[in-house]
Design a protein around this ligand. Structure first.
Ligand code: NAI
Length: 765
């Protein structure tokens, strides 16, 4: 009698299809035609389009194409519902979020099957990953709904009406990531699902009605990009949250530039999967299966770039090929299938085209032999080796089941290759050496790092990108802030620029770059407040960026304790310069407030801790509040000393290097500050000062690829220019509008001075 383990290798798979009857009955109950969900009602759209089952190409239903009028109706409903939703209070809102979680659990099989039908992803994933994560998200945020008005979120309030636009790769999960925190924070919603995958959002709409969410609190407008654009452009929308392609992210950045709309973008990625020679290679292979073949590779944080240490590369590739041969691609409703269908023919063609291009550029291709169904959109698991770091397939997001592999020799080279991308969404590090793991995790520029694991998500840990992967976080406390706005007083305590008492001797003040006072490149000056100031130009911006780039890594790596000491010393030296600052026109009040402000950031520089998140997994998940890098800051015109300090000290305290552009109406106090900074042990290049009318430098600063973030506090016109012009490189921006107060420290200043990285380390002996 053979043992079962001897039989297993040759045992054929029999199909184990999930029954789709309940989902099809639900579609039939709607006559397979759907409308928009507005104000708690179904509202017919002027036209419809087909949604297809990608597993076999058949039509599932007709979906309403919402036009601008329907979007308008939905936004107005959301606005009307805002006071009703907020008046319910934290307890009732928490109960309703809990009720949503319970209903999703109760109907989890229906949601899972419908998602698989509409998207083509395997039922194993929708049933065991997507839907449980959706329920967890609503549970977790029911908790935030209860405490959203507590001391923990003091100084913040709801944003208002949130416009949310989501992609097709995780339709219901992305809906949950958007809707749960928005509701918890006290906002109302208009959500647009992706045109390929609207069905589970419509089933969710019914769930909202069933649990008693007040009409208008959640509105779902189906449609294509034009529906999304109408939502982005609507003047009554207070916040846009978008997940999707970087290209559309840029369009939305431009469209919202200069408006008061809050914006968060979760865009593409090309995440590294780094395998060191001391890794547990069999675990790493399983990790790769999850990294790149989960959801057919249609995952923004897919570990799509394998970086493997040269000494083990061939052995590791061999293991991958062996594993690939056992992956099963086919009918996504089959419970024994690993890969399902690609969402749409256009995506399938895109993947094929990119793979062809990769081979043309010299890559070696390996595809597992599998019988793909003849109908529907399928692509086999694919491995590309011999790939050059600069080649198209190593740089572009393929968004399909395609792994590209490269080798490295040293840890330092691994870091350089890992960061050789415009993106920064995630990274995965495989090594048994704890020193290597955490050292590399700290150096990868990405919002989520998975050590000896990959594609881990939880409602308690924020997810989001660095660089062109976007900005903002979803999940965790860091994610809730995306749906809150800082409550800062709007009237200025002391308005207008202070002016110097008496003109100084006739001399042109210089710029301050890399710890030195330097003449401007162009040799020109401008007059302000009775003085001549060096006129900075593009070349000076470039020089300042170089100086900041040389100084910033060391500054970021200094202990926060050292940064604290330097800021205290700066405050002390500022006090000693009372006379010069009074001559520069600084009032006694502004002077005292300035010292208070520096002391505040000295006090908090070593106290703005990260957190350890409580994920339902044996894993240590910790948050690092990392500096953004090189930040340019346009200071406000009112209160030239205090404004400049408010626009720079939080950034410096958190380990950024700053290029400060002081008030152009009276830059004199800024020049005095330079002398104090020179005497206060601030390392050269950490604080740079460029004087010029702000409009002269806005374009250069916004477009400079070396500048990671821009703060703009000197007027709406300039803020709009910065946001529009930085859409190409998607740098983070923070603009305080006219009349908004900057003179009192607020937690928002620190939040904007860092980006959150979550590092996951599972454990188990
Ligand atoms: P997309 O970015 O066009 O679509 C995402 C969402 O944005 C959809 O709901 C769409 O209707 C909406 N949209 C499109 N144009 C818009 C506009 N002008 N204003 C407002 N909303 C608009 O992504 P698409 O075309 O479906 O996929 C193309 C590529 O994008 C993929 O191959 C992949 O590389 C990337 N992608 C990345 C995702 C991610 O999670 N980061 C998700 C989906 C796609």
């Amino acid at each position: 009698m053979p043992k079962i383990t001897e039989l297993l290798p040759d045992l054929p798979y029999g199909p184990a299809p999930e029954d789709a009857a309940a989902a099809l009955t639900w579609l039939d109950a709607h006559n397979r035609v759907f409308s928009a969900y507005v104000g708690g009602q179904w509202v017919a759209c002027p036209s419809t389009f087909a949604t297809i089952n990608p597993a076999d190409g058949t039509e599932l239903a007709q979906i309403g194409q919402s036009d601008a009028a329907i979007v308008n109706q939905a936004v107005e409903s959301a606005q009307a519902a805002l006071p009703i939703w907020q008046a319910l209070g934290t307890q009732r809102r928490a109960e309703l979020l809990y009720a949503l979680a319970r209903q999703i659990q109760k109907n989890s099989r229906l949601f899972a099957v419908l998602e698989t039908l509409d998207n083509g992803k395997p039922i194993r994933e929708t049933r065991d990953i997507d839907i449980p994560l959706v329920a967890r998200h609503f549970y977790y945020h029911a908790g935030f709904a209860k405490i959203a008005e507590s001391e923990r979120f003091a100084g913040y309030g709801p944003v208002g009406v949130c416009g949310q636009i989501i992609p097709w790769n995780f339709p219901l999960l992305m809906l949950a990531w958007k809707i749960a925190p928005a509701l918890a924070a006290g906002n109302t919603i208009v959500l647009k699902p992706a045109e390929f995958t609207s069905l589970t959002a419509l089933l969710f709409a019914e769930t909202c009605t069933a649990v008693g969410i007040p009409p208008g609190t959640v509105n779902i407008v189906t449609g294509d990009g034009s529906t999304g654009a109408a939502l982005v452009d609507h003047p009554l929308v207070d916040k846009i949250a978008f997940t999707g392609s970087t290209e559309v992210g840029r369009i939305i950045r431009r469209a919202t530039a200069g408006t008061p709309k809050k914006l968060s973008l979760e865009l593409g990625g090309k995440s590294p999967f780094i395998v060191f020679d001391d890794a547990d290679l069999d675990s790493a292979v399983e990790g790769l299966v999850d990294a790149i073949w989960f959801n057919q590779g249609q995952v923004c944080c897919a570990g799509s770039r394998l970086l493997v240490q040269e000494s083990i590369a061939d052995a590791f590739y061999a293991k991958i090929r062996t594993r690939m041969a056992t992956l099963r691609t086919g009918n996504p409703l089959d419970k024994a299938v690993d890969l399902g269908a690609i969402v749409d023919r256009t995506q399938l063609e895109r993947i094929g085209h990119l793979v062809y291009q990769g081979v043309e550029e010299g890559a070696t291709i390996f595809q597992s032999e599998c019988d793909l169904p003849s109908n529907g959109f399928y692509f086999p698991p694919t491995l590309l080796t011999n790939v050059e770091p600069a080649s198209t397939v190593a740089q572009e997001e393929i968004f399909g089941p395609v792994l590209v592999a490269m080798t490295f020799r040293t840890p330092a080279e691994a870091v350089v290759l890992a960061n050789n991308t415009a993106y920064g969404l995630a990274g995965s590090v495989w090594t048994q050496n704890i020193d290597t793991a955490h050292d590399i995790a700290a150096q990868i520029k990405a919002g989520a790092i998975w050590i000896n694991c990959t594609n881990q998500f939880d409602a308690s840990a924020g997810f989001g990108g660095y660089r062109e992967s976007g900005f903002g976080r979803e999940g965790g406390q860091e994610g809730l802030y995306e749906y809150l706005k800082p409550l800062m007083p709007t009237a200025l305590g002391v308005q207008g620029a202070s002016l110097p008492k008496a003109p100084n001797q006739d001399r042109t003040h210089k710029l301050y770059i890399g710890g030195k006072q330097v003449r401007p490149d162009g040799g020109y000056s401008f007059s302000a407040a009775g003085h001549e100031f060096a006129l900075a130009n593009r070349k000076d911006v470039r020089n300042a960026v170089e100086a900041a780039a040389a100084a910033q890594p060391a500054w970021a790596n200094q202990s926060a304790f050292l940064r604290t000491q330097i800021l205290y010393y700066l405050a002390e030296n500022l006090r000693a310069a009372h006379g010069q600052l009074a001559d520069a026109g600084i009032s006694q009040q502004e002077f005292e407030d300035s010292i208070g402000l520096i002391t505040h950031y000295a006090a908090v520089a070593d106290k703005y801790d990260g957190a350890v998140h409580q994920v339902p997994l044996r894993a240590l998940v910790y948050t690092r509040n990392e500096p953004i890098g090189i930040c340019a800051s346009f200071a406000p015109h009112g209160q030239p000393l205090l404004g400049l300090l408010a626009a720079t000290m939080p950034l410096i305290a958190m380990g950024n290097a700053v290029i400060a552009i002081p008030s152009a109406e009276n830059p004199l106090p800024a020049l005095e500050l330079v002398r104090i900074i020179e005497a206060s042990d601030v390392p050269a290049g950490v604080f740079n000062l460029l004087t010029a009318p702000h409009a002269d430098l806005e374009k250069t600063v916004a477009e400079h690829l070396g500048i990671d973030s821009v703060w703009h506090f000197s007027g709406t016109q300039g803020a709009m220019a910065i946001q529009e012009l930085s859409a190409g490189n998607l740098k983070q921006t923070w603009c305080l509008g006219d009349g908004q107060r900057f003179d009192e420290p607020h937690p928002e200043f620190l939040r904007r001075a860092v980006q959150v990285k979550n590092i996951w380390t599972p454990y188990g002996a």
